[in-house]
Write a protein that binds this ligand. Structure first.
Ligand code: GLN
Length: 314
């Protein structure tokens, strides 16, 4: 049972911010203009403790594209609606070791989409969301679930949604491959559109820190004080994040950081330290696997300085 003072966390978060503020490596996602044009110097770090207190610095209230971090939220929704065994059976829980948009993720494990945290499995998770067949009601369920996890509403970024929709040919191919292998559980176009729309939600680092804290706190959102999901789902979702949160760099990440975390090409990273806190960092420039460079540096630094590691057994 580890006790760390709030003032120590504050000191380390501020030190991480100062240390990496002027780091220039990586580059913004450039497959659509919206992401390419975001100010590359935006940087924020937010920590949400399990009593709901927030420690943060920098641009933590800036709404950026949630992108692939939303895969965590909708995996939780599928588990809330179906239970964790059904998600395992319908989608899977395996690391892929592949890029996020790989079509191989479907073919690898006997036509199984592998995990809800890569595109194939995330589109499949969107297809599972109830009530199936009703796009508006499914969208409402997806957004309400994100709101439950963040303790405030996400906001759709229309321009991002439009550009993502205009250019998502690879994801369209994935949807129809899923259909071919009976691994999509609603209309493929409808499921793809929901996935594209959820990726285009604007979210803040603070909101992601609160989601991380809700998972770290076994489903009880420490800010809204609401039970969002059953305590038994928390280790399931954290294990998914640990096994594939950084795609082909997941092993390197968890080896060097000691914290399960999920990234998105909007520049966000959300980490879960079970029993202690949720942490999120945001900075647009990415490495070659699509993970924010500064967010990774900051979170690793904070974990190391606080001598925290999920595997250390302290
Ligand atoms: N919208 C992006 C896609 O599906 C999300 C990718 C990501 O954040 N890794 O291609």
């Amino acid at each position: 049972d580890k006790k760390i003072s709030k003032s120590k966390i504050k000191e380390v978060v501020n030190a991480a911010y100062q240390k990496f503020l002027n780091e220039q490596s990586g580059k913004n996602a450039d497959y659509i203009p919206y992401l390419a044009n975001i100010d590359k110097n935006l940087f924020g770090i937010s920590v949400c403790l399990l009593n709901g207190e927030i420690i943060e610095v920098g641009n933590t209230d800036y709404h950026f594209g949630i992108e692939s971090v939303s895969k965590v939220h909708t995996a939780i929704l599928a588990m809330r609606q179906y239970g964790s065994d059904e998600v395992l059976n319908k989608i899977g829980a395996d690391a892929t070791g592949l890029p996020f948009n790989s079509i191989m993720a479907i073919l690898l494990e006997n036509d199984h989409p592998s995990t809800p945290l890569v595109n194939a499995g995330a589109i499949s998770a969107c297809s599972m969301v109830k009530p199936t067949g009703d796009s508006d009601a499914k969208w409402k369920a997806i957004v309400t679930n994100i709101k439950d996890l963040c303790a405030s509403d996400p906001v759709l970024i229309d321009e991002l949604y439009k550009s993502e929709s205009d250019t998502n040919y690879n994801n369209r191919a994935i949807s129809f491959l899923l259909k071919n292998f009976d691994r999509i559980y609603d209309d493929p176009d409808l499921s793809l559109d929901l996935y594209t729309r959820q990726c285009s939600l604007g979210i803040t680092a603070q909101q992601l820190a609160i989601t991380g804290a809700t998972i770290a706190n076994k489903g009880f959102n420490p800010v809204s004080k609401q039970v969002v999901f059953d305590a038994g789902l928390a280790p399931k979702i954290t294990s998914l994040i640990a096994s594939v949160g950084f795609y082909e760099h997941t092993g390197d990440w968890i080896y060097s950081s000691g914290i399960p975390a999920k990234s998105g090409v909007g520049g966000g990273v959300m980490g879960v330290m079970p029993g202690l806190f949720g942490i999120a960092a945001f900075a647009p420039p990415l490495d070659d696997a699509g993970n924010s460079v500064k967010a990774q540096l900051a979170i690793k630094y904070i974990m190391n300085e606080l001598s925290l590691n999920v595997f250390s057994g302290d």
